[in-house]
Ligand binder design. Structure first.
Ligand code: NOJ
Ligand code: CA
Length: 673
């Protein structure tokens, strides 16, 4: 009897010695499961969605300069679980209320070696995806250090059908998306979208601050395991850090299909709330026009001279037009000195407090104020960070005095200048610079619209003056790009890819397709009705009406631009297929009115739109801006019709979309039925 008991005890010890500790975290609806396993080689994670493998066991950890990696021989000192289920209201956004519901586990690990370094890995599992990050707490063997590699892996379960843009290229994020098997992707920016017959996922990051951005690099023989490759400094170092350090979240959004990815708030939810004491009264979404498109189509120029775009007279014309319409702001590019000649090819000479000759900024800003229009500032740096940072504080003070409450940033250039070294636009250098910009702007009550900046990672939750950004191949490419411009399917790809990271300043609204005088090889790859639909399908709290006032003058279709809001109570992606078509419905934040945008690629298609999103029992006046039957993006883009009818939530609209076309619809609640 004694002997038997002894054997049982020994076998329990053996089990404890050899079993790998594991922790499972499920999403609140139990569809999504993360499994963490600790072995001598380190901690790994894997992800399953509705029992389908999404990510196979994948490594976690770091490599440092002059120190061994922090990955293996770890022991779990503490495991803390918690669940949060709350709602919060952004100052502006696609929804006036956001649900934040997740289960979390934080595992505090320490090395069994003499170094005894520590790290905590935290996983949050929501119904719409997973976020995980590292915390390196204050500790004696890790104080000031250099990260040379983040060892985080994404061992994807299959060679999914992938939509991606290449990383480490000269035009930053401004590329047409590629569609290929995951195994053929070498190195890609995030967000990256992967499709399977059972689900769709988007890999990205959230809350990127004081760190380098992540791109995904294919690292293995089977070609479907990727490393979280950190964009390096010019000397190859990845991140200069101090403990305590909290990394950005690595995110995996998951849904049954790509349309539902658009209804996820994961990226915003993984960012910190804004501090209660910050001033936000000046932060207002809205529409703007500006001295801009005429430069891109070659009619005007940023440089002073015969075709100078930024003149007092032209700015007043824009303000006059805007004040007669529902347009809040007027942007003036080329307003300051430094644009002379080939400004993008020399060390920058921009002065941010000195208006260009021919542009009377005091008169223009006073006129704008009188007319109830905001002058929108422009800080083009041409990637000259020092030239800009030396003037930044004065530049925002100057604008504040003029009543400018919104500034568009620009970083044209293939690399950023850093004391004789050339930095990527997406490394820690830019992340830290852009954070200085957003903070300095907030001090002067200025909203920011960033072009050529770092990608969005949801930081607008924490810094609500960070309104929108480009980080995409925008309308400007249809203006003067030597390759002729964007493809007709581009705007039915970017909502499912780039759009998942946050607002896009795409600058829609071109009405005049006949601008080939100086640009014989360029064209707009849409119909006019699709230009209107983009105001709904491409979300931005600052939305440009990009064409010239004379092209909008007395144009019946401009009524849609006048009416369409830029701040929403609800947004629902209803139907779509990446690269093919998309239908989104949004409800105005301040009324019961709804707006729908439907867009197609180069193909004609008939779509059924059940109006079940409208409030039951109410009657709506429906105004549709639709492609005429003979409309075609290439041969007849301007042919459109405006149709009025009444309907309720029990009706179904039939949308006849022509090649490269779309439809924009306003639903105005008229009365109770
Ligand atoms: C690139 C920006 O994306 C574009 O909108 C702007 O007009 C030019 N830079 C000049 O600053
Ligand atoms: Ca650009």
């Amino acid at each position: 009897m004694r002997q038997i008991l002894l054997i049982i005890t020994l076998s329990i010890v053996a089990f404890q010695l050899h079993a790998k500790p594991q922790w499972q975290i499920d999403s609140p609806n139990n569809h999504l499961t993360v499994m963490l396993t600790l072995s001598d080689d380190g901690l790994t994670y894997q992800v399953k969605y509705k029992n389908h493998s999404v990510i196979k066991p994948s490594k976690l950890g770091f490599e440092f300069k002059g120190q061994p990696p922090l990955q293996s021989n770890l022991r779990a000192d503490e495991v803390v679980r918690r669940s949060i289920n709350k709602k919060w209201s952004p100052i502006w956004g696609q929804r006036s209320e956001i649900e934040e519901h997740f289960n979390e586990v934080s595992i505090s690990l320490s090395e069994s070696s003499d170094l005894a370094r520590k790290m905590t890995v935290t996983f949050r599992v929501f119904d719409d995806g997973v976020g995980f990050r590292y915390t390196l707490g204050r500790q004696s063997n890790l104080t000031d250090f250099v990260i040379t590699k983040e060892l985080t892996e994404f061992a994807f379960a299959k060679s999914f059908d992938t939509w991606w843009i290449p990383a480490y290229r000269n035009q930053r994020y401004e590329y047409q998306y590629l569609n290929s098997a995951l195994s053929s992707v070498d190195v890609a920016h995030t967000p990256i979208t992967l499709l399977d017959e059972n689900f769709a996922i988007s890999v990205h990051e959230a809350a990127l601050e004081n760190y380098a951005s992540m791109v995904l690099k294919n690292v293995t023989d089977n070609h479907i395991t990727f490393n979280a490759d950190l964009v390096p400094w010019a000397n190859g170092d990845k991140v200069y850090a101090k403990t305590p350090l909290i990394t950005p979240w690595r995110t995996i959004q998951i849904a049954d299909n790509e349309v539902d990815l658009l209804n996820s708030d994961l990226i915003l939810n993984l960012n910190e709330p804004a501090k209660a004491e910050i001033e936000t009264d000046y932060i207002k979404p809205g529409k703007y026009m500006g001295i801009w498109w005429e430069m891109h189509i070659g009619e005007k120029d940023w440089s002073p001279g015969e075709i100078q775009g930024a003149t007092t007279k032209r700015a007043l014309e824009y303000i006059d037009f805007a004040s007669k319409h529902d347009i809040d702001g007027v942007l003036v590019e080329g307003w300051n000195t430094g644009w002379e000649g080939q400004w993008w090819q020399r060390p920058p000479t921009f002065n941010f407090t000195q208006p260009a000759a021919g542009f009377d900024i005091d008169r223009v800003s006073q006129y704008a104020q009188k007319k109830g229009i905001r002058l929108i500032g422009h800080h083009e740096t041409a990637a000259g960070i020092k030239n800009y940072e030396d003037q930044m504080e004065d530049a925002f003070t100057y604008y504040e005095k003029l009543g400018v409450q919104s500034v568009k940033m620009g970083y044209v250039g293939t690399r950023l200048e850093n004391a004789g070294k050339k930095e990527w636009h997406h490394g820690q250098f830019m992340v830290e610079h852009f954070s200085k910009v957003v903070n300095s702007a907030a001090k002067h009550q200025v909203m920011i619209n960033g072009h050529e900046t770092i990608k969005d990672t949801g930081l607008s939750r924490t810094y609500p003056n960070l309104m929108t950004r480009e980080a995409v191949r925008g309308m400007e490419y249809n203006g003067g790009s030597p390759d002729g411009g964007n493809l007709p399917n581009h705007t039915v790809i970017i909502p499912f890819t780039r759009g998942l990271s946050g607002p896009i300043d795409f600058t829609p609204g071109i009405f005049n397709f006949d601008y080939q005088k100086k640009r014989p090889n360029n064209r707009i790859p849409t119909t006019l009705a699709k230009q209107l639909a983009l105001y709904v399908t491409l979300y931005s709290p600052l939305q440009m009406a990009a064409d010239l006032p004379e092209n909008y003058q007395d144009h019946p279709a401009f009524t849609f631009i006048d009416d369409v809001p830029t701040d929403w109570q609800q947004s629902v992606a209803l139907q779509g297929k990446i690269g093919e078509f998309l239908i989104i419905a949004r409800q105005d934040k301040y009324s019961e009115d709804w707006y729908v945008g439907a867009t197609s690629n180069e193909k004609a298609r008939t779509l059924e739109l059940p109006l079940s999103f409208l409030k039951a029992g109410e009657l709506y006046e429906i105004t549709s801006y639709q492609d005429a039957p003979n409309a075609h993006w290439e041969s007849n883009p301007m042919a459109y019709e405006i149709k009025q009818q009444q309907g309720t939530n029990r009706d179904v609209l039939i949308l006849n979309i022509q090649p490269g076309g779309g439809e924009a619809i306003r639903f105005r609640k008229v009365t109770k039925k």
